[in-house]
Design a binder for this molecule. Structure first.
Ligand code: CP3
Length: 355
């Protein structure tokens, strides 16, 4: 099975899949986290057509258009499905909203009693418009472009569900996890199950790669990191590998610091997304020796542009050029980013072979 999958990739003309299968290239593939979004005028125009952000995620025609917009403009090597990590709590029956300028607002879940209000029974039906988006995108992409599906990893999604939105200190999520670890395990287990259904649906609809966003990996001490980041991620990766052995998973445990290596070795992810604080000169020896790495330009350097950006891009390319590598940011593009800086970045990375 694996052999067959590898032969298929060898025949395909998709640079992103080559890197994920361990090949080194003088000019690495490039895509950017949050490449669809408010920095693009055509996205802002699309966003005006619906009242709420979730309406955009659940209208396949519009979400497919948002997915393809950055590909049309910049010819990136991968498109990432336009959706959000909070589609999963919505699918489980939690009340999820987005307020302009404020971010997500959820009706918090803080006890085993609240948990009983969540259900996996109607989950697949509630998130099925996302699968329809994936299907549509497969028909719109150029043949060299890879389609990435995604989900939030359970710990990160749980923080939003328990806090009721973004948090500074994660007092409620950590408070629950540390005082009632078995009860918190129950929430994480439900998220593992839902995430597997959600990602399997995306893959069946045509996603070729999966990325797991663990945006809040960096806030847990080691024991908790192993229990609520590594273990659930491993369960998801194993379940997908069993059903879809040819589909690579990229793990992005933002801020994991000295635990990046344990995460890479123990979760079974095929590639590792690095945040901007990971030193490329160290990561090429300690992490790229395990598998493909992705990253890690600081999004604020993309915002700044100019010499500062160019120097940082060269340093990243130099450090990672001798192993499997996918160029990306270390976190998502910020809305104020000038479109010209993104175009220049793509040009720089595409020209890497001649630097
Ligand atoms: O282009 C892409 O990357 C695909 C789409 C995508 C979105 N969100 C669209 C979005 C992806 C992959 C995400 C992931 C996501 N969502 C994460 C993980 C990555 C990260 O940033 O750490 C998280 C934590 C979320 C939750 C979320 N969604 C927050 C905190 C916010 C508010 C902050 C903000 O940027 O407004 C969102 C809203 C959101 N998700 C927007 C977009 C384009 C902006 C809302 C809008 O356009 O009205």
């Amino acid at each position: 099975m694996r052999h067959e999958a590898e032969q298929q990739i060898a025949r395909s003309a998709k640079p992103m899949l080559h890197a994920l299968h361990g090949e080194t290239s003088a000019s690495p593939p490039i895509w950017l986290m949050r490449q669809a979004g408010r920095y693009l005028p055509e996205y802002r125009e699309l966003r005006r057509q619906v009242p709420g952000f979730l309406d955009l995620c659940f209208t396949p025609e519009l979400a497919a258009e948002a997915t393809v917009q950055p590909i049309r403009r910049f010819g990136l090597d991968a498109a990432i499905l336009f959706s959000d990590i909070l589609v999963v709590p919505h699918g489980l029956g939690q009340n999820v909203g987005f307020r302009e300028g404020e971010g997500p607002v959820l009706k918090p879940i803080r006890s085993p009693a609240d948990l009983r209000g969540l259900s996996l029974d109607s989950f697949a039906g509630r998130v099925s418009p996302v699968f329809e988006t994936v299907k549509r995108v497969t028909e719109l992409l150029p043949k060299q472009t890879t389609l990435i599906g995604f989900a939030g990893a359970p710990w990160t999604v749980a923080t939003y569900m328990v806090e009721g939105g973004t948090s500074r200190d994660f007092a409620f999520a950590k408070g629950w996890a540390f005082t009632d670890p078995e009860g918190f395990d129950d929430l994480i287990a439900r998220l593992v199950d839902a995430t597997i259904v959600y990602l399997a649906g995306q893959i069946e609809a045509g996603a070729e790669v999966i990325q797991l966003f663990e945006s809040w990996a960096g806030v847990l001490p080691e024991t908790a990191f192993r229990r609520w980041v590594i273990a659930p991620t491993r369960r998801i990766v194993m379940a997908l590998e069993e059903r879809f052995p040819a589909i690579p998973v990229i793990g992005f445990p933002r801020g994991a610091g000295l635990l990046y290596r344990a995460y890479f070795l123990e979760t079974g992810v095929k590639a590792l997304g690095l945040d901007p604080t990971v030193p490329p000169g160290i990561a090429c020896r300690t992490l790229q020796s395990i598998g493909a790495v992705q990253g890690n330009l600081d999004p604020m350097l993309l915002l700044a542009g100019g010499d500062a950006m160019e120097a940082a891009v060269s340093a990243i390319l130099d450090a990672f050029r001798s192993g499997p590598f996918i160029f990306n940011l270390g976190h998502g593009i910020v809305p104020a980013t000038p479109v010209e800086n993104v175009a220049r970045l793509v040009e720089l990375v595409r020209g890497a072979a001649s630097i």
